[in-house]
Write a protein that binds this ligand. Structure first.
Ligand code: PNS
Length: 189
């Protein structure tokens, strides 16, 4: 492989160079996920992403096959509610390929969080596939805050269904909605 040796400590292959674009004046990042529902781990990433990028679009995957607890409109409403104090954060939804939605939205960055080593393999696979599909879009990973590294939407739903406390794991307004939804599902005792 022929290396570009202009910088001896940081050689760059011609392939990499070909995909590099000048930094856009406004850096738009997309933070995709299912958000069923949003947790404090997601919120932490949204807050940190909003401080790093000019605009952050939180993008909810439209996928009814997963049979979400909250439908798309509810998830959009919940995300808008918890991110209302962050003026550069928007909420959108997408079906199809994530990188196509990123390109349509003018995003040059996909933002994802990594909680533990176990997330790494799946995230690496997705990042490399997305790079292959659209090399001009970079995936940027942020490490989850240590207080959030064990939180997932799936576990939050399991704990609340089994009667455990989820205080501090999701924003208070989401806890209220979760309790209400489970009452609707099971009916009053
Ligand atoms: O919250 P999740 O379930 O971890 O989010 C996964 C998500 C939405 C990021 C991922 O499923 C996704 O990007 N889906 C869109 C389909 C796609 O683009 N697939 C090909 C690239 S891996």
């Amino acid at each position: 492989m022929k290396l570009n040796t202009a910088c001896p400590t940081h050689p760059t292959t011609p392939d990499t160079l070909a995909t590099l674009r000048p930094k856009p004046a406004t850096v738009v990042a997309l933070y995709p996920g299912s958000f069923d529902p949003i947790t404090n781990g997601h919120l932490d990433l949204i807050q940190r992403g909003s401080a790093l990028f000019d605009r952050l679009i939180v993008a909810i995957l439209r996928n009814d096959e997963k049979r979400p607890l909250f439908d798309l409109e509810e998830r959009i409403e919940m995300l808008r509610e918890v991110a209302r104090d962050l003026p550069n954060v928007e909420v959108g939804s997408f079906g199809g390929l994530l990188v196509d939605y990123a390109a349509e939205s003018g995003a040059s960055v996909i933002l994802r969080g990594i909680r533990a080593v176990s997330d790494y393999e799946y995230e690496l696979q997705m990042a490399l596939m997305n790079r292959r599909l659209r090399p001009e879009i970079e995936t940027v990973f942020l490490m989850a805050g240590e207080a959030h590294s064990f939180i997932s939407s799936r576990l939050v739903k399991e704990v609340i269904r089994l009667g455990g406390s989820i205080g501090g794991l999701v924003p208070p307004s989401i806890e209220v909605r979760l309790k209400r939804r489970l009452l609707e599902e099971t009916g009053p005792e």
